[in-house]
Design a protein around this ligand. Structure first.
Ligand code: NAD
Ligand code: TYD
Length: 335
């Protein structure tokens, strides 16, 4: 039996990853370590927590005593835990710096001391900053523009340094914008699907011509699984969906899937420091045998179906005090 600690495993991508690992590796024990912030939810792990090889521990990656306790005896660590929403990082960056930078440091330090055999840092394409043309390769400069991407860049670079300096076997993935089941309804695709279901306006920032490379969560998880097992220590791997789309294209597609009118689109003030375009070259990951399996239009249709059939799940998140307060503060500051 090997033990894998998955931090942030009650969030969007982490919970999908835990489900994948529990199903595929009968000789792995999985410990989900998660603080259950507004973004973490045990409902995301429904079913999988019944598996006797999966255990949940509530805790904070910034708490070094708790981290040492949970990591004792662990063979692998996969770090998803983060504050993850750019808009919240603009309003209130503190938690981004403490969790995404300091928390990653605490995990790395404990992993080094306890002899963890593999550490995967889940990073993001946003660390490259806005890419006006072409596609980012892993050796490109890191030029983050938001408190979110800057704090993720801090975690990404610290993780690399622990491999180079101390020999901790670290691998890094830099995934692009991910979508699919269990994504918190503050993010573009679930926000727009859920607003459209309720005939509420879809707030498109600026001209809506910003480009993102959309990656289905199953493809993101298969890439993390592969890099964890086959990646070269000290290396970063881009993970993109081969699906560059403008925000307005995505918006119109999801309205069409729901049979809702484009009159729901409402152009609003742009996000400060808004990155115009992200685009990844994923040749390095493809060279070790990965490719995305989901075509965007099909993945989006499946995702629309999931949000139609799981309204209790997202309504609870949207009705929470945390979401209401954020939404009020965000729009109050931008009118
Ligand atoms: P999410 O916000 O849905 O989940 C984050 C999880 O981390 C939550 O369960 C939360 O409770 C937990 N958490 C937060 N602070 C914590 C702390 N201090 N200690 C322990 N747990 C804590 O995020 P997500 O979208 O699933 O993203 C997961 C990871 O993937 C993040 O590191 C993010 O930067 C990265 N990423 C996300 C995307 C995307 O499009 N969603 C793309 C690329 C990379
Ligand atoms: P988001 O899901 O926040 O991901 P990121 O900022 O990390 O790329 O947003 C995706 C894109 O959608 C981004 O260009 C911002 C835009 N956006 C809107 O236009 N309106 C919205 O209400 C939100 C949440 C995002």
């Amino acid at each position: 039996m090997k033990t894998m600690v998955v931090t942030g495993g009650a969030g969007f991508i982490g919970s999908n990853f835990v489900r994948r690992i529990a199903g595929r590796y009968p000789d792995y024990r999985v410990i989900v370590f998660d603080l259950l912030t507004y973004a973490g939810n045990l409902d995301n792990l429904a079913g999988v927590l019944d598996n006797e090889r999966v255990r949940f521990v509530k805790g904070d990656i910034r708490d070094s005593a708790a981290v040492r306790e949970v990591l004792r005896g662990a063979n692998m660590v996969v770090n998803f835990a983060a504050e993850s929403f750019v808009d919240r990082s603009i309003l209130d960056p503190d938690g981004f710096i403490t969790t995404d930078v300091l928390g990653t440091f605490v995990l790395l330090q404990a992993s080094r001391e306890l002899g963890v055999e593999r550490f995967l840092q889940v990073s993001t394409d946003e660390v490259y900053g806005s890419v006006e043309e072409g596609s980012s390769v892993e050796t490109d400069g890191i030029l983050p523009n938001s408190p979110y991407s800057a704090s993720k860049a801090g975690g990404d670079l610290l993780a690399r340094s622990y491999c180079i300096t101390y020999g901790l076997p670290v691998v890094i993935t830099r995934g692009s914008n991910t979508y699919g089941p269990y994504q918190h309804p503050e993010k573009l695709i679930p926000l727009f699907i859920s607003n459209a279901i309720d005939d509420k306006p879809l707030p498109v920032y600026g001209d809506g011509l910003q480009v993102r490379d959309w990656l289905h969560v199953d493809d993101h998880c298969s890439a993390i699984d592969l890099v964890l097992h086959e990646g070269v220590p000290g290396e970063a791997y881009n993970v993109g969906g081969d699906s560059n789309r403008t925000n307005i294209e995505v918006t119109k597609l999801l309205l069409k899937s729901l049979n809702k009118p484009e009159s729901l689109i409402k152009y609003v003030a742009d996000r400060p420091g808004h990155d115009r375009r992200y685009s990844l070259n994923c040749d390095k990951l493809k060279a070790i045998g990965w490719k995305p399996a989901k075509v965007f239009e099909e993945g989006l249709r499946d995702t629309v179906e999931w949000y139609l059939h799981n309204q209790n799940w997202w309504r609870k998140a949207k009705d929470s005090d945390s979401y209401r307060e954020f939404d009020k503060a965000w729009y109050a500051g931008r009118k």
